[in-house]
Ligand binder design. Sequence first.
Ligand code: ASP
Length: 585
Amino acid sequence: MKRAPRANPYRDRWAGDLRADAVGATVTVAGWVHRRRDHGGLIFLDLRDRSGLLQLVIHPQPGDETFAAAEALRPEHVVSVTGEVVAREAGNVNSDLSTGEIEIAVRELRTLAEAQTPPFPVDEDRPLDEMTRLRHRAIDLRRETMRTALELRHEVVATIRGHLGEHDFLEIETPILTRSTPEGARDFLVPNRREPGTWYALPQSPQLFKQLLMIGGYERYFQIARCFRDEDMRADRQAEFTQLDVELAFVEEDDVLELVEGLMARVFEVGGFDVPPPPWDRVTYAQALARYGSDRPDRRFGLELRDVSDALRGSQFKVFQSVLDSGGAVVVLNAGRVELSRSELDGLNEVVQRHGGKAVAWAFVESGPPTPSWRSPIAKFFTPQQIAAAGGEPGDLLLFAADDRQVALEALGGLRVELAQRLGLERSGHDVLWVVDFPMFGWNAGEERWDPLHHPFTAPTGSLDDPGSLGSRNYDLVADGVELGGGSIRIHEAEVQQKVLDLIGIDADDAQRRFGFLLDALRHGAPPHGGIALGIDRIVAMLAGRDSIRDVIAFPKTASGADPLTGAPAAVDERQVRELGLRPL
Ligand code: ASP
């Protein structure tokens, strides 16, 4: 229920909030014609405003202007009507509608605006071509699915603001026109007219500013922050997205995790998303990778992975043996009792390739006295002991990947999720967990350097002299196999920061040039601090049960970064380009 609107010539009530207790009252309501039905000389209109739907009835009276006006109404015309609230006859009560016990007997009707035939019906909830929806977004936004998603989004953000306000956080804005903030993606750049050749970057996140706020003594900061990353779009990403950005001073991991658990438990509740009460499990990165082949595991179904390198070492199968000889691993995914055809089995190669692997080898476990045997093209290369050690019950399908250990695990991790979908494995309830104890760096063989797994402002654990073995004080929040956000305890000592930047190939001069402002601030008394960022779009999409984050963003872009509504990105006047010191194409 909404607060009653201020009475004006258009309306004095919300249409969707009228109930039987208003019977007898004369009301004025306004909105759009959702639907029109002509019935035995009567005209029925469903009027829609933001609060919902309300049935209007117009009785024919000879020479009556109201009836004539009603006859001319089409879907999406905009009207204001005055009339009496009447109770519907028992047989006409519509229990699907919150206003279903009443209707308005219209006395006066004003058409405020006419509408062309809409590009798609607003009163139906059938799947529509997304380009058409985005091109006509104002119409699409009228559909109930969009309205409920954006209402939920508002509630989520309001809950966040309320909760963090109660916990002494200050909401502080940080710049949009700024300097590169490395989160591992490409920057969006904005040319500077005043000094051609110099550029602003749009923030990939407010990371450095929030650290400066901690050094500035604000202690507890948050922001509903817009972030920009110029990445090649993968399925459900937006170049421009919204994060809840949080930072706290004088904290350790437990402080951040507990704060987020309290906050997210409320957010889940608002979304009617029934998760177990916190504290949520903390799974190490190593465990998550070893069992699920992913740093965002969905634990609602089995299909766990197992490293069978030791069990299968020394076989006659050259493909496995050469991988093992060169320090790699053989990992198995037990798909359970499934029958896949030969071509379906071959098709699995394409799946693991999409997840970084090369191929899968398969074997069906068969019972065979005294030990299990395999039905598989590679069965002949293995001893009965090896086959027994690879595990599985008779009837199970085993899928193997042999590769660098991490590559094999991640490839089967990707296959695991796709198989679960394909096999329709039940995933009941919701699973929320933290992934912790990440390595600090991964080796970037192409560029021959260490890349941070999170970002280079994350505090490492261990000895900086051995980068490959460094852990990091990074944590990710994962729900149902989706990463909802991540953060870390930060480096608060300039020398350590300098050293870490050095390890990722940013030498002292370069560091001073790019991050001097941070390093200087760190030299002026930085408290230990840490924080997190949570993806608002993703959280709302999950709570709303939408497959795409575009369905919970009012004005999203397509996967290729285009905005079919405004036509952005678009060419501009040559004069504008020259003014920026650039050459028109
Ligand atoms: N800045 C990080 C990100 O955008 C989050 C954090 O470390 O707080 O992913």
